[in-house]
Design a protein around this ligand. Structure first.
Ligand SMILES: *[C@@H]1O[C@H](CO)[C@@H](O)[C@H](O)[C@H]1NC(C)=O
Ligand SMILES: *[C@@H]1O[C@H](CO)[C@@H](O)[C@H](O)[C@H]1NC(C)=O
Ligand SMILES: *[C@@H]1O[C@H](CO)[C@@H](O)[C@H](O)[C@H]1NC(C)=O
Ligand SMILES: *[C@@H]1O[C@H](CO)[C@@H](O)[C@H](O)[C@H]1NC(C)=O
Ligand SMILES: *[C@@H]1O[C@H](CO)[C@@H](O)[C@H](O)[C@H]1NC(C)=O
Ligand SMILES: *[C@@H]1O[C@H](CO)[C@@H](O)[C@H](O)[C@H]1NC(C)=O
Ligand SMILES: *[C@@H]1O[C@H](CO)[C@@H](O)[C@H](O)[C@H]1NC(C)=O
Ligand SMILES: *[C@@H]1O[C@H](CO)[C@@H](O)[C@H](O)[C@H]1NC(C)=O
Ligand SMILES: *[C@@H]1O[C@H](CO)[C@@H](O)[C@H](O)[C@H]1NC(C)=O
Length: 336
């Protein structure tokens, strides 16, 4: 009895860790924001401000099931448009929490700016972008400003092979993501580099982009790959309309891979504890420690992360031009 309950605990623990990781709000680790200084300001107590605050506040009560927020409020010159997007492996509730945190931050950080964008990342399951403007930004492709991040670890062996495989993987995923239909404009995949080195990557466009604009956005930021991540074990580039990231560990949740998705969903939806335990045991045995690895990996890779474009001397209300060639980003590395 004692040994069998130990066994149960042993097999169940990864499942519980899995649930916990999806359910808790980790502290913010990274925040990037851009307050656009060349497009004008709104004044305090204006209708624009009122609409903006009402719109952003309302986001915290809205749950969307496909990870993309697209709302507007107000009329004529005072209309405010907002779009927000979550990493595709986030569930709707965590996405809502992330968007809600982003909207709270945005009004205080970029107060009085007509246009602003913010990115949040807690290194786990809260990763989103939110932006607002005084014109419709739905369907618009903007590949600037961008920021990039890379891991501290360097590739020391087979660098050429590594770069080649990495670029090949990203190119393939860009094609896949761009070709996919509206709510799911992303792709994940992996590529073996050598016997003990595999690469995992995720690319994503905002779902309001056309195939041509998605391709062009991702190819654009892919052009920054060497500046961002040359010789780096992991890294990625983010801009308002698209983003990519690669790692040598599987940093995204298996649920968006498609095939394994069905297994995990089946486990989750099983009614009855006993059945859950048995299926859990079988699957976990089959898949060995993969579930466990994922979470550990996610946490450790995010700890290694830092922003390649961090300029910690810059503070809020920094002016950022829209031109891609002359972009500065504001990054706050928040204490953990
Ligand atoms: C908008 O206001 C901010 C301060 O809130 C200021 O730094 C910025 O220069 C202003 N921009 C314009 C175009 O007036
Ligand atoms: C904005 O409105 C509040 C309360 O309605 C008032 O206290 C404040 O002075 C106003 N600010 C400006 C700049 O008009
Ligand atoms: C997004 O908002 C625009 C208006 O800004 C609207 O035309 C469009 O239908 C909306 N799309 C979705 C998917 O909500
Ligand atoms: C940003 O959001 C986080 C998490 O909700 C919060 O802890 C932080 O105080 C916010 N920062 C600002 C400037 O609003
Ligand atoms: C947005 O604000 C700018 C600056 O005030 C203005 O020139 C532009 O016409 C506004 N756009 C819309 C759609 O109202
Ligand atoms: C791509 O985006 C640009 C700029 O946002 C827009 O003007 C253009 O119509 C888009 N092209 C397609 C094919 O959607
Ligand atoms: C990786 O390389 C960079 C410069 O090429 C160096 O500054 C850094 O310390 C290296 N990182 C590690 C973990 O060795
Ligand atoms: C990013 O790419 C653009 C062109 O796509 C280029 O103009 C810019 O200099 C690059 N920035 C960096 C930091 O590599
Ligand atoms: C906007 O930001 C740029 C770059 O930081 C700066 O050169 C410019 O003076 C700013 N414009 C305004 C109106 O503050």
């Amino acid at each position: 009895m004692a040994s069998s309950s130990k066994l149960l605990l042993f097999f169940l623990s990864p499942i519980f860790i899995h649930f916990l990781a999806l359910g808790t709000i980790a502290e913010l680790k990274e925040q990037h924001h851009v307050c656009y200084n060349n497009t004008g300001n709104y004044s305090t107590n204006s209708s624009y401000e009122e609409n903006l605050h009402r719109l952003l506040n309302s986001l915290s009560t809205k749950t969307v099931d496909y990870g993309f927020y697209n709302f507007s409020d107000g009329e004529n010159a005072d209309e405010v448009y907002v779009i927000g997007i979550c990493r595709p492996d986030m569930d709707p509730e965590n996405c809502r929490k992330c968007i809600s945190a982003a909207s709270n931050n945005l009004t205080s950080i970029c107060s009085n700016f007509l246009l602003a964008t913010i990115w949040l990342d807690d290194g786990e399951y809260h990763n989103c972008m939110l932006r607002y403007a005084n014109y419709s930004i739905f369907g618009l492709m903007e590949d600037a400003p961008y920021f990039y991040k890379s891991s501290k670890g360097n590739i020391t062996e087979n660098l050429e092979d590594f770069s080649q495989k990495r670029n090949k993987l990203l190119k393939r995923l860009i094609g896949e993501a761009a070709a996919r239909g509206s709510p799911t404009k992303y792709a994940v995949g992996e590529e073996g580099v050598s016997e003990n080195l595999r690469l995992y990557a995720l690319v994503q466009c905002n779902p309001d982009l056309t195939e041509a604009n998605c391709t062009s956005c991702l190819n654009g930021i892919l052009g920054n790959l060497s500046a961002c991540c040359d010789k780096k074990e992991g890294g990625g580039v983010d801009c308002p309309s698209c983003r990519f990231r690669y790692e040598k560990t599987k940093f995204y949740h298996s649920s968006i891979e498609g095939k394994k998705n069905t297994v995990i969903t089946a486990v989750r939806s099983v009614i009855g504890f006993v059945i859950l335990i048995f299926i859990g045991c079988i699957i976990l045995r089959m898949r060995k420690t993969e579930e466990d690895d994922e979470i550990v990996v996610e946490a450790s890779s995010s700890q290694e992360y830092y922003s390649g474009s961090t300029r910690s001397d810059q503070l809020k209300n920094e002016v950022v031009p829209l031109s891609r060639n002359d972009v500065s980003m504001i990054t706050e590395l928040l204490p953990r």
